[in-house]
Write a protein that binds this ligand. Structure first.
Ligand SMILES: Cc1ncc(COP(=O)(O)O)c(C=O)c1O
Length: 409
């Protein structure tokens, strides 16, 4: 039995089948590259769903994490630690917000944003008790808790997981009049509009130009919080610090995760101004690990990496190269390309092959990527990758599509 087979068998036997991984067993990584247990190298074009924006084993992140690991890892929030203050100060600076509430996973940060929005609604806006409504978008992905999947329209996420939390409505993504109508239908009880400024799991879906700005104006006008889930789109991926920056929009609440933990440990947070986050009082929300010294140390270093704009610039420049290469494949196996920064979703001609099959063929040629929704493949290589890596991604995809077109005759 090969080492690869052995590891896959163990996982299939003892781990719940909540994922359908590609049949590759990774053992080490450096920068944009990973190596499997057989010694084969692959270009990582998923980057942990953008949690690895700074690549595998970024020297500054590893050094900071290692130092902190040996000093102090966890205090709980029952006591103060000497890492949290500097971290939240730095993250407040990066987001331009006055306060930060640290958590762990992305879903927890989204839950936090929901709880805070509701509390703000009741305590500040004066919403009818028990009637707070949050507007969400079709095709959303915000995580896997029962409340969050309750407003998903993906049957895989919802089936047999109900009953769900009430208080959410859903409108078509990017449809401003529909958002306005949903806010009005709740008769003053809408507390927030929750959205991904670019939908990642949806397949890198970018809303129509002007939508984010229009939404910002609408939310301000109707006294509703604009909550931007930038867990996947934020922290440099799109060529700007936040995807909202592309329309010069500042939401009321940023929801952050993934890359905030540098691909080392789960670190998430929401950032908002005092008027919003001051509704949180001792005992009303928390997490044992949220804001731990280890998480804060790594998160602080991540904020430091983003401070110079170097990674945002890399995403912008390399992204242009990526999209030029991918656009050239439209009509030759691809039917559409959507991209912003170093982040692309490509729709494969469904008559040619599935997204899964494309990913398997890419893997066989040394490139790792992930399909979504049948015929879409996402590319999000670490921002530390090189021009050669981007060219390799494109040429490998071209060879997969050419082979398929040849076989299809
Ligand atoms: C936009 C968005 N929000 C929330 C989440 C959930 O994050 P986590 O898996 O860390 O709970 C994800 C994960 O893919 C995401 O893409």
């Amino acid at each position: 039995m090969t080492t690869t087979r052995h590891h896959i068998d163990l996982v299939e036997t003892y781990a719940a089948h909540n994922y359908h991984p590609l049949p590759v067993v990774l053992a080490s990584g450096e920068g944009a590259w990973v190596t499997d247990v057989e010694g084969r190298r692959y270009l990582d074009c998923l980057a942990g769903y953008s949690a690895l924006n700074f690549g595998h084993g970024h020297p500054r992140l590893v050094a900071r994490a290692t130092e902190q690991l040996q000093r102090l890892t966890l205090t709980s929030r029952a006591f103060h630690n000497d890492q949290l203050g500097p971290f939240v100060e730095a993250l407040a600076g990066l987001t331009g917000k006055q306060m930060v509430l640290p958590m762990n996973s992305g879903a927890e940060a989204v839950e936090t944003a929901i709880k805070v929005s509701r509390k703000w609604g009741y305590q500040v806006k004066g919403v009818t008790p028990g009637a707070a409504t949050i507007v969400t978008m079709s095709g959303n992905f915000h995580g896997r808790t029962t409340t969050i999947v309750g407003f998903s329209d993906d049957p895989d996420a919802t089936t047999d997981h109900g009953p769900f939390t009430p208080g959410f409505t859903r409108v078509p993504y990017g449809d401003l009049p529909a958002v306005a109508a949903a806010i009005d239908a709740a008769a003053g009880n809408t507390v927030a509009v929750l959205l991904e400024p670019i939908q990642g799991e949806g397949g890198v879906v970018i809303p129509p130009d002007g939508f984010l700005r229009g939404l910002r104006e609408l939310c301000t006008e109707r006294n509703v919080l604009m909550v931007a889930d930038e867990i996947q789109s934020g922290l440099g991926r799109t060529g700007r610090t936040f995807a909202c920056d592309h329309e010069d929009v500042v939401p009321d609440i940023y929801v952050l995760g993934k890359a905030l933990g540098g691909g080392i440990l789960p670190v998430s947070a929401i950032a908002a101004d005092r008027e919003v986050l001051d509704v949180v009082r001792p005992g009303t929300h928390g997490s044992t690990f949220g804001g731990s010294p280890l998480a804060a140390a790594v998160g602080h270093e991540v904020v430091g990496l983003l401070a110079t704009g170097e990674y945002q610039e890399r995403a912008r420049v390399l992204g242009k190269r990526l999209v030029a290469g991918l656009d050239a494949l439209v009509g030759s196996g691809l039917v559409a390309v959507r991209a912003r920064g170093l982040w692309a979703g490509v729709d494969v001609d469904p008559g040619l092959m599935t997204g899964r099959r494309v990913c398997e063929e890419l893997m066989a040629r040394g490139v790792l990527a992930k399909d979504t929704h049948g015929s879409t493949v996402r590319f999000a290589p670490p921002l530390v990758c090189t021009e050669d890596d981007v060219d390799l991604l494109v040429s490998t995809l071209r060879s997969v599509l050419e082979q398929a077109l040849l076989s299809a005759g």
